[in-house]
Design a protein around this ligand. Structure first.
Ligand code: Z5A
Length: 214
């Protein structure tokens, strides 16, 4: 089973992924967690470059770098893990590129981006994507509490950019209702975890894929 989490930074993805991983492991499941960009030596080097606030990167170069990191992660880690029957949870995947580069940087709409992702990932699509939706202002507050003025290259982009990112997530939710689930990320942490867990159990009942329990 391949699960991804999406949302603007500070939306609580890492927090929910940690809780979900712990709960699955208590049931004896083998779970692998990756964050994007990253997860392989090459992808981590690309991450350093992409987030370095002293670098100036052209929008299309940025799209290619995020995608290069993903291609390496899919081939080197995600596909092998899925073939072993592990559950893979990814903190961001191609929907981030659709939202941040496609919409945020005005590089292309969903149809174009999906055709591009298909080439990058060899057709790999998450079975479930949780979008933790929070207002841009709250993300800015959480970010400021965490890192003060020390922002990475992507965080330095203004709120107009982040509003476009949020609009794109909303479009993805409407376009792919079977895969893409919006959750109100302003709710308490444990309440969100319960909704995610209940959703996975419901999907398991409907699916013949990797079982979450039993
Ligand atoms: N990017 C891109 O442009 N294109 C791409 O294709 C990809 C990525 C893959 C990666 O940043 C950047 O790259 C990102 C998108 C771009 N840039 N931006 N901006 P990253 O990997 O360094 O970080 P992130 O993915 O943006 O998110 P994060 O900072 O790690 O945040 P998070 O994982 O979503 O949130 P968290 O760490 O779980 O929680 C943040 C804080 O809020 C923390 O103090 C928690 O305790 C608190 N929290 C969490 N949940 C709650 C609730 N429910 N209530 C109250 N407080 C909460």
């Amino acid at each position: 089973m391949f699960i991804t989490f999406e949302g603007i930074d500070g939306s609580g993805k890492s927090t929910q992924i940690k809780l979900l991983k712990e709960r699955l492991e208590k049931l004896g499941k083998r779970v692998e967690v990756y964050r994007e960009p990253g997860g392989t030596p090459v992808s981590e080097r690309i991450r350093t470059l992409l987030l370095d606030p002293s670098e100036e990167i052209e929008p299309f170069a940025e799209l290619l770098l995020f995608s290069a990191a993903r291609s390496q992660l899919v081939a080197g880690k995600i596909r092998p893990a899925l073939e072993e029957g592990h559950i893979v949870i990814c903190d961001r995947f191609f929907d981030s590129t659709t939202a941040y580069q496609g919409a945020g940087r005005n590089l292309g709409g969903i149809d174009w981006m999906m055709r591009f992702h298909d080439k990058v990932t060899g057709g790999l699509i998450p079975e479930r994507t949780y979008w933790l939706s929070i207002p841009v202002e709250l993300a800015l507050e959480r970010r400021h509490e965490r890192s003060g003025e020390n922002q990475d290259r992507m965080e330095k982009t203004g709120s107009v950019f982040f509003n476009r990112v949020v609009e794109a997530y909303s479009e993805l939710e409407h376009r792919y209702p079977e895969r893409f689930l919006k959750l109100d990320g302003t709710q308490p942490i444990l309440s969100l975890h319960k909704q995610i867990w209940d959703d996975l159990l419901t999907r398991q009942e409907k699916s013949v894929g990797t079982r979450v329990t039993g």
